[in-house]
Each structure stands twice: as C-alpha cells, then as structure tokens.
Design a protein around this ligand. Structure first.
Ligand code: PLP
Length: 398
C-alpha cells in the first residue's frame, strides 16, 4: 500500500460520522438505546433498578402470554431458527401461508403477505404499487417507513394537513390531474394517538378515484371488534384498497403484513423488492403472531383491560393538567413543547422508576416536543398508582 499526503476520498464521510451533532447530543444526554437487563411484562430492570415500562407497543400484553411463548418455542424446535432465504426462492414455508390466511380472514381481505419487519411491509405497500407519473397524497404526519416507500416509488407527492379531510379535498381539487392517485394514511397515528378520520377520507378518495393505503400498525389489536383495526372500528366495508401493519405491536411478535385483494397481493409478490430480496419471516416470529391472533379472538379480557387502563391513565394525566394532544387511544403523548422541558420531565420519570421515550423536533412538529407513552393491558393498578406519583413529581420539576 502506498502512503499519500493527500486526504483520502472517504475521509469527509468519516469526519461526518465523527463530528455529527445529533450523535454527540445523544451520547451527552443518553436518552436512547438503553439496554434493559431483564424484563417480565411491564416490569423491567435497568442499571440494577426495578422499573415500569411505559413506552412499549405491547398493547395487549401478549409478549409474556404462556400460549404465545409456547407457540414460539415449538416452532423453533420444529422449523429451526431461520428460513435463511427469501420467499420466492428457498424461504417459503407452510407457516407463512397459515399466518397469511388467518390474517386475511381476520381483516376481511382476500389475501395477505407477511415480511420480517413492519417497516418493510409498509414501505412495500406503497413502493410496489406506485410508480413515476403517479401522484401520492399523504397525511403530513405519516410514519418514516411510508415516506421511504413514497420516495422509492418515484411518484410525485402532495402532503395534506394532518387528519384533515377538507384539506385533502382541496389538494385533490386543485391538482385536477388524470394521473393515477393514491391516498396514504395511518389508522392510529403512533406519536399523536389520533384515530384517522377514515370515513370522510375514504369518501373523498373514492370520489377522486384514489387507491387508498392504510397503515394500521397501531390500530390493529387496539380498535374494532376483537382488535380488527380502524376499518372495523368505523364499520367500513369499502374504501381502503391496501391495509399494512406490524406484527411487533399488539401481536407481540416481529414482522409486518400487507393485506388486500388477491390481484393486488399477487402483484406485490411479483414486484416488491422488500419481498423478493429479503429473507422471509422466521418460524418463531410467525408462530407467535398466529398464537397471538388466536388469543385476541378467544380471550377478550386483554382488550377490555387495555381500554380500562387507558381510561384510568388518561384521566390521571388530565387531572395533572398535562397536554395529551387529544389522543384517543392507548398511545398517549405528553406534549411539553420544547426539548428544554422534555428532557427534565423524562429524567424525573426515569429517576422515579418509569421508563418512557422522548421525541423532539424534527421527529415531531416544532412546538410539539413530547414524551411518548403507551399503555398496556399488562399494567396493574399498583403500577398505575406508581406512574401517577411519578407524573406528579415530574410536573413539579417543570
Ligand atoms: C405507523 C407505523 N408503521 C410501521 C411501523 C414499522 O413497524 P416495525 O417496528 O414492526 O418495523 C411502525 C413502527 O414503529 C409504526 O409506528
């Protein structure tokens, strides 16, 4: 190797990594990447201290359900650890078909396809269908995976105000284009906890011949009969062409799904890069999702407990005068408005043994800096009392 006095071409990139402001701040305040030492449901251990998890998406609390654990264990023994391949080649197994059939029936769709991450599914739900020349109308607060799907598709994009059907109508009317059009929304907005105004949005989308894609990652298991999601919550039969979501929230697994008509899902199987070039969902993940789906339909107590906990929790936060951004679901943000207020609040909760996650602009709109909390069916009354005491303490610290 020759020695050169000239800077190597890669050095600007190494300098970019070394000098990155965001990474430096993350190391200084250490709000993220906490590695838990132990977990049993909502009881966790961090740095030798027993704490309560208040930020997970384990809405129904099924991640420690004995039937769900046993299903994962059995699948590991039967099928091994991994498919080590993509679905079109060597990665397809009968358990994928079983999960897909069960999810399709549960969601009232003809077909479904699963991936090894919800992120991949939701990207794929857009990037497989949209192409250059198409127009995508997107709620401005949708999740990063949906924006990535939009970018990959090369379609042009128009944003409409968050959960605002009137603005969607205005944008569509102003556009007035014969190009194929898509509307992309979430069922439950994960940061805000807002339920999508789906009846009005789908009515407008239909009137303008739009293909509608709904990411129901946080509505699935939470809203609707037995947790069938946002479409079921509103009793809608039509208007949504594709539903995508995650297996890593109410279903207590890891992975994601895209569901729709048979033609649409078969098209995805032919065109989705996230499907064709990524290893298939592993046996234990699929078995856990199948078992959780079964529990959702046979043990309604988890859903009931989730909502009674959510009502108690919201009342407690409102009593303390906190701004919950009008959340209507178990995803409950505590809006504090600036990072200078978010950090001490988050730290006070941590000091009192409550684990939460902070989210600051630009991850949330400016002025909406918040603590993201989420309630689980597994939270006990005693834990809710400890959470109430910690919240009162954190409010005093503001
Ligand atoms: C709305 C939404 N869609 C998709 C995803 C991606 O799901 P996963 O974490 O299973 O990859 C998330 C995860 O946070 C989400 O909140």
């Amino acid at each position: 190797m020759t020695f050169s006095i000239f800077p190597k071409a890669k050095s600007p990139i190494l300098a970019r990594c070394r000098d990155d402001y965001v990474t430096k701040m993350r190391h200084r305040y250490a709000p993220y990447y906490h590695a838990l030492e132990a977990q049993k449901g909502t009881n966790i251990k961090l740095d030798g201290r027993d704490m309560i998890m208040l930020s997970s998406n384990d809405y129904l609390g099924l991640s420690f359900h004995p039937k769900v654990i046993e299903a994962g264990r059995e699948a590991l023994l039967k099928w091994g650890t991994s498919t080590t391949g993509a679905r079109p080649s060597n990665g397809s197994r009968r358990y994928h078909l079983e999960l897909e059939e069960k999810l399709a029936v549960f969601l009232g769709r003809e077909a479904c396809h699963v991936h090894s991450a919800g992120y991949l599914s939701c990207m794929s739900a857009i990037a497989s269908f949209a192409q250059k020349g198409d127009v995508i109308l997107a709620d401005k607060n949708i999740h990063s995976c949906l924006w990535d799907g939009i970018r990959l598709s090369n379609a042009s994009v128009e944003r409409f105000s968050h959960n605002n059907p009137d603005d969607l109508r205005t944008v569509l009317t102003t556009l007035n284009t014969p190009a194929p059009k898509f509307v992309v929304v979430e069922g439950v907005y994960s940061m805000e906890g807002h339920i999508c105004r789906l009846p009005e949005i789908t009515e407008i989308a239909e009137a303008h011949d739009c293909f509608t894609i709904l990411d129901d990652a946080h509505g699935f298991g939470v809203l609707g009969r037995e947790g069938r999601g946002t479409i079921d919550h509103f009793g809608l039969n039509e208007g949504v062409d594709v539903v995508c979501g995650s297996l890593s929230k109410a279903l207590a697994s890891t992975g994601g799904f895209v569901a729709g008509s048979r033609d649409v899902i078969e098209y995805l199987r032919s065109h989705s890069k996230q499907t064709i070039f990524s290893a298939a969902l592993c046996p234990s993940q699929a078995a856990v999702a199948i078992a959780s789906l079964e529990v959702m339909q046979t043990e309604p107590e988890h859903h009931e407990r989730l909502w009674s906990n959510t009502r108690k929790y919201r009342a407690m936060l409102k009593h303390l005068g906190l701004d919950l951004w009008e959340s209507e679901t178990p995803a409950v943000p505590i809006v504090l408005g600036s990072k200078e207020r978010v950090y001490p609040f988050w730290k006070a909760l941590l000091d009192k043994g409550i684990f939460t996650v902070m989210s600051i602009a630009p991850a949330v709109p400016a002025g909406k800096d918040l603590i993201r909390t989420a309630i689980s069916a597994m939270h006990t009354d005693e834990q809710l009392e400890r959470i109430a005491e910690a919240m009162a303490y954190a409010v005093k610290k503001l």
